[in-house]
Design a protein around this ligand. Structure first.
Ligand code: SAH
Length: 678
């Protein structure tokens, strides 16, 4: 079956109807899934295996048959572990049909057909009884239903239901318990992902400060989790204000309640400072004694010995509703509120315990200022990047005159305000800010798409300065922001003949890299703890090759260390001073590999040339040493194109040679096709 899906093309802005293969979503799900990463997570796999063996022996020692319920079996891995450990029978539940099918194949291939029954259902649909999916209730409950926030994938309601209907009282659970830890910190860098800092503008008539409105200052933000590779955050970027404390734990061997609740701890700050951020992570004990522990603790907490890189579980950053000054030794209360799927935090000064209790409300935070809906965390960070703002101000100053008529095309941008303070007459939207800064009558908001712009929108004036960051919320890959070029083309008839376009051009840059770890997410696993999971590898490979064109994927590379193996190379240029050409832009060439290493893929990013002298990069900031370690723009995602050698897990030669490439930008579709040969 084919379905038609309407969408705005992220690059050209055109409304288009795509004929989607019904399998498209499913292939996307498999190709971009975390299954490969989980199978590569040796630490997790080994500990699950140990925990499962221990649980099976405890049940056997009691003289009982070991009946296992594995909820969310995925590849069937944990059920196969249980069967190998001597379990009498396993019910392996998997809701996602393609995975359930894969589990059936993998279970058969590994010779467990008689011991494991794969059931393609959501666990809450599973029936127990002589005619049911399960003959009887299980006495061992095995699951791996956790995300970085622990409960975000619905572990609590699933456990609640399983204890009521699917497992025996007093069952063994692997994992046995999970514990959530927190640490209070001050961090300008992380706080800049949640609040807009004042922007200082050096105008001709003195300094102007763009401030955020009070609604924004006091807004609790949004409840979506901010999960990051905290191990990539240097200790110089935050100040620890408290010890690590246990916030709450869940015993999975007992009935679990998923209803909203809160937990409270008393903290004694180890340092005075501004409490802004709660860092959080969890660990799981695979057995009741706590001897088999799998932890997400970051580098400054964990003994470095057993470090396991993983991307399916990271660490959480929670933003307190407001920054609170705290004093060393002066106790405060930290409250974690949670509903079924998410957690949020509040901090209160220590008062009487009873008085504080009254304050606890468990509704999840809802953004009241709109900004947290318009800007995601990296975008807040980008707007707060003073150096970046300075580059825009410098180049705006060069081109703006008092009689400039300026049009800004970018989403949720501060450029209109900068342009106004730096001398221009008019521009576009974002009410809240204009009100707070008393600019409603100075900056005009045009609520129209570029192609439907009319001279009456512009009060019959021609645009002398066209500006953009460019930034659009619809952009996923770096070159999607080239939408600015299409918008510029659409408004051409409204531009003066000697219009200044800022940025004047953009260029696409490319570099060959070796990743420290990120390659794992796309690399086949083969044999996992003795079980053959190649069926899964083939499935992922097939999905990655679906449509026969591999695609680049967005990743924030500041979180994923890599080494450059080649010099960065400019591969395409987009000249915004001219309109979008009819013909394709294409390039071919080869890059020499300068350093030894494994060529895992190419990284691509955009650089915007605001004018002849000032450029801003959304990708590489610098190569920091002779080993080739890279520093990336911390606010942007770069495009990563994994070479087939990663996907096929070919052994790669370490010797420096060259990579040839062919890159084609189709100006009609806005798509970039690329091909690389090692
Ligand atoms: N157990 C496997 C896979 C874990 S990923 C392993 O450890 O390698 C979690 C899987 O659980 C996903 O495939 C997801 O589709 C499935 N899942 C999540 N909640 C479920 C539920 N309540 N019932 C059935 N499957 C569920």
């Amino acid at each position: 079956m084919k379905t038609f899906c309407g969408r705005a093309n992220p690059t050209t802005g055109a409304m288009e109807w795509l004929e989607e293969d019904e399998n498209y979503d499913y292939h996307q799900e498999i190709a971009r899934s975390r299954y490969a990463d989980m199978l590569h997570d040796k630490d997790r796999n080994v500990k699950y295996y140990q925990g499962i063996r221990a649980a099976v022996s405890r049940v056997k020692e009691r003289g009982e048959k070991a009946i296992v319920l594995d909820i969310g079996t995925g590849t069937g891995l944990l059920s196969m572990m249980a069967a190998s450990a001597g379990a009498d029978f396993c019910y392996a539940i998997e809701v996602f049909k393609p995975m359930a099918n894969a589990a059936v194949k993998i279970v058969e291939k590994n010779g467990f057909r008689d011991k494991i029954k794969v059931i393609n259902k959501h666990s809450t649909e599973v029936t127990v009884g002589p005619d049911g999916d399960m003959q009887c209730r299980a006495n061992i409950l095995v699951t791996e239903l956790f995300d970085t926030e622990l409960i975000g994938e619905g572990a609590l309601p699933t456990y609640e239901h399983a204890h009521k209907y699917l497992v025996q009282e007093g069952c063994e659970a692997v994992p046995h318990r999970a514990t959530v830890y927190v640490q209070l910190v001050e961090s300008e860098r992380m706080w800049s992902w949640n609040k807009l800092f004042p922007v200082h503008v050096e105008a001709e008539d003195g300094e102007k400060i763009i401030v955020s409105p009070s609604e924004m200052e006091n807004c609790p933000g949004v409840s979506s989790v901010c999960d990051i590779q905290l191990n990539q955050m240097p200790s110089s970027d935050f100040t620890i204000l408290s010890d690590v404390v246990t916030m709450f734990s869940v015993d999975f061997s007992k009935p679990v309640r998923s209803a909203s609740t809160y937990y409270r701890v008393q903290l004694e700050p180890v340092k005075s400072g501004k409490a802004q951020i709660v860092l959080s992570w969890w660990d799981i004990d695979m057995d009741p004694s706590g001897m088999i522990n799998c932890t997400m603790a970051p580098y400054w907490v964990k003994s470095s010995s057993a470090f396991q890189w993983r991307d399916h579980w990271m660490q959480c950053v929670y933003f307190l509703p407001n920054e609170e000054p705290v004093l060393q030794g002066e106790k405060v209360y930290l409250t974690a509120c949670r509903d079924e799927y998410s957690v949020w935090y509040k901090l209160q000064k220590a008062r009487g315990e009873e008085e504080n209790k009254v304050d606890v409300r468990v509704e999840s935070p809802v953004c009241r200022c709109q900004a947290h809906l318009l800007w995601n965390r990296p975008r807040f960070g980008e707007l707060n990047d003073q150096n970046r703002t300075l580059q825009y101000m410098k180049s705006l100053m060069k081109v703006l005159k008092t009689d400039s008529v300026c049009l800004c095309i970018s989403d949720g941008s501060l450029l209109p305000m900068l342009a106004h303070y730096l001398g221009a007459k008019q521009v576009q939207y974002f009410f809240l800010f204009f009100k707070a800064n008393h600019l409603e009558d100075k900056i005009k908001i045009i609520e129209a798409r570029p192609e439907s712009l009319t001279s009456s929108h512009l009060e019959d004036k021609k645009i002398s300065v066209l500006v953009g960051e460019p930034f659009f919320t619809t952009s996923l890959l770096p070159w999607h922001n080239v939408y600015f070029w299409y918008a510029r083309t659409a408004v051409t008839s409204h531009l003066t003949s000697n219009v200044t376009v800022l940025p004047q051009s953009a260029s696409l840059h490319m570099m060959i890299v070796e990743f420290q770890d990120l390659w794992r997410i796309r690399s086949p696993c083969g044999i996992c703890e003795g079980f053959d999971v190649r069926t899964m590898d083939d499935m992922i490979k097939n999905s990655l090759n679906f449509r026969e064109s591999k695609e680049a994927e967005p990743h924030p590379l500041w979180e994923y260390p890599c080494r450059s193996l080649s010099d960065p190379q400019e591969v395409l240029t987009f000249d915004f001073r001219k309109t979008v050409p009819q013909h394709c832009l294409s390039t071919e060439g080869s890059v020499n590999l300068l350093r030894k290493g494994k060529s895992h893929g190419a990284v691509l990013w955009m650089e915007y040339h605001l004018d002849a002298d000032i450029s801003v990069s959304t990708g590489l900031m610098q190569i920091s040493n002779e080993k080739g370690n890279c520093e990336w723009n911390p606010h942007c995602k770069q495009a990563v194109y994994f070479f087939s050698s990663v996907i096929e897990s070919e052994s790669l030669s370490d010797l420096p040679s060259a990579v040839t490439y062919a890159i084609n930008f189709n100006t009609k579709t806005g798509e970039i096709a690329m091909d690389f040969k090692l």
